[in-house]
Design a protein around this ligand. Structure first.
Ligand SMILES: Nc1ncnc2c1ncn2[C@@H]1O[C@H](COP(=O)(O)OP(=O)(O)OP(=O)(O)O)[C@@H](O)[C@H]1O
Length: 466
């Protein structure tokens, strides 16, 4: 471990790589840039080092003997270090990028990388570290289900571009979190992220709110005003619930997106648009267009890259992953231990989560506060889940008749699967979303299987009789 420490108190960077020459060259670049740089030859050595000397930024290689870069980043997260991590990889693929992001890396660089890119990335990481609330690392998108992996793949591809993105999904699925993540993974991450809650834009002041105004532009405009598009200069603007923008403003917004210029109210001078635009909606925008409530031309401008966040009921065991995460967060805030009991986990898996991740977060947090014991029991949560969960059958256990029959028979796996699916559908009164959640599969997968079994959409009789 060497100790080339230059100049003034500045961000501390730890470079971790088993190849001494590569490690030294990264360390030299960063030392010259004014960072306090230290080096370790392995992840294990680095973890020991970090016990005494917490770096602000860690730059680690992916391929290392013993603990690799991804395992190292996970371990850093588990130990609660607040540093930001940059991963260097010889073979950057979408999968590597997604894996790095999933385990909590701030950025990744592909070898060979240029010095400017390394410096820029470390500078952003150091800045992020400086503004991060200690002990409350930047929120990240959790999810390991196939649907979420696909989404994370898309985000990793789209984030670094400057394209306009439309994020669709039901209320509470994480659209704002996705927009924030895209911003922080973009070249504009150093710039501001400005949100506009479109439903609350007032009829009279919406234009001034978005584009600003000149003093004297209208009665009451007694000073110049900076609008949201200008405030987002160099960064990202999120138009949340974009369908709620009124028709005359839709026309203005369309022009701004087409011309990449906007004018303040009361001014004829055009200001260039220097913000990445992300729009979000929990409505089906195509339907809004068909119903002529939303301009088709604006839709095409916004939906250059459309992405859809899946509802929580289609994410299988992500429900438990998220529940554990929210419980750990709440427990840390409360300074108590909190665990989900097995019946609670089963209950969470059988519910269909109409309010998605936000509903799960609220319920778990409330349970952590109100629970009298460390174990959060199902009876505490059940009444909060609405009529569905109150009536929900107890989850199948190895002694339920279905499972017994399954074990006793010598049928094929496909037959057993068919029977379990139809029985679960029957127990859930033919409700497909609930059935899919209970089985831990997506609704589309379920519908595909039911189609194969000859169950037409909406058909409940067959399900009940199965
Ligand atoms: N995959 C996820 N991992 C971790 N936290 C998540 C995830 N998805 C959502 N959350 C958390 O759930 C809450 C709701 O998410 P968010 O506000 O982004 O949803 P939304 O789709 O924008 O909601 P709305 O449609 O009501 O505006 C937030 O606290 C967010 O941090």
């Amino acid at each position: 471990m060497s100790d080339p420490t230059p100049t003034t108190p500045t961000a501390k960077v730890l470079v971790v790589d088993d190849h001494a020459a590569a490690r030294r060259s990264v360390a030299d670049v960063l030392s010259c840039a004014g960072y306090a740089v230290e080096q370790c030859a392995s992840a294990v050595e680095a973890l020991a080092h970090m016990r005494d000397r917490e770096p602000d930024v860690v730059v680690t290689d992916l391929q290392m003997p013993g603990m690799n870069g991804l395992e190292f980043i996970e371990e850093i997260g588990r130990r609660g270090h607040a540093c930001q991590v940059l991963m260097i990889t010889a073979h950057a693929s979408v999968q590597t990028a997604v894996d790095a992001m999933r385990v909590g890396a701030f950025d990744y660089l592909e070898k060979p990388f240029d010095v400017d890119r390394l410096e820029a990335s470390v500078a952003r990481a150091a800045k992020r570290r400086a503004i991060a609330d200690v002990g409350d690392a930047a929120p990240r998108i959790l999810g390991e289900s196939p649907a979420m992996r696909r989404l994370l793949d898309q985000i990793a591809l789209i984030a670094p571009t400057d394209e306009t993105v439309l994020v669709c999904g039901e209320s509470g699925v994480g659209k704002e979190l996705i927009a924030q993540t895209m911003h922080s993974l973009s070249r504009r991450a150093d710039g501001p992220m400005v949100g506009v809650n479109c439903p609350v834009l007032s009829e009279q002041l919406a234009e001034s709110e978005l584009f600003g105004h000149r003093k004297g532009a209208f009665t009451g405009a007694d000073a110049d005003r900076v609008g949201r598009f200008e405030a987002a200069r160099g960064g990202t603007i999120l138009l949340d619930e974009v369908t709620e923008i009124r028709p005359h403003l839709q026309a203005k917004l369309l022009r701004v997106l087409q011309e990449r210029m906007f004018e303040k109210v009361g001014s004829s001078e055009a200001t260039p648009l220097d913000a990445r635009v992300i729009a979000a909606t929990n409505r089906r925008l195509e339907e809004e267009v068909r119903a002529r409530r939303f301009r088709e031309d604006l839709y095409y401008r916004l939906a250059v890259v459309p992405i859809t966040a899946p509802p929580l009921r289609d994410r299988g065991e992500d429900v438990l992953l998220l529940a554990e995460h929210f419980a750990a967060q709440a427990a840390a805030r409360l300074g108590r231990d909190r665990r989900l009991s097995d019946p609670t986990r089963d209950l969470l898996m059988t519910y269909h989560w109409p309010g998605n991740v936000r509903e799960l977060q609220n319920i778990i947090t409330r349970a952590c506060v109100l629970s009298e014991s460390d174990d959060i029991c199902a009876d505490l949560i059940r009444p909060w889940l609405g009529p569905v969960a109150e009536q929900a059958p107890s989850p199948p256990s190895p002694t339920t008749p279905t499972a017994d029959k399954t074990l006793a028979s010598d049928r094929t796996l496909a037959e057993v699967e068919r029977e379990v699916i139809l029985a679960t559908l029957g127990r859930n009164d033919g409700h497909r979303a609930r059935t899919a959640a209970a089985l831990g599969i997506g609704v589309r997968t379920l519908s595909g299987k039911l189609r194969d079994y000859g169950v037409p959409p909406g058909e409940k009789q067959l399900a009940r009789s199965a």
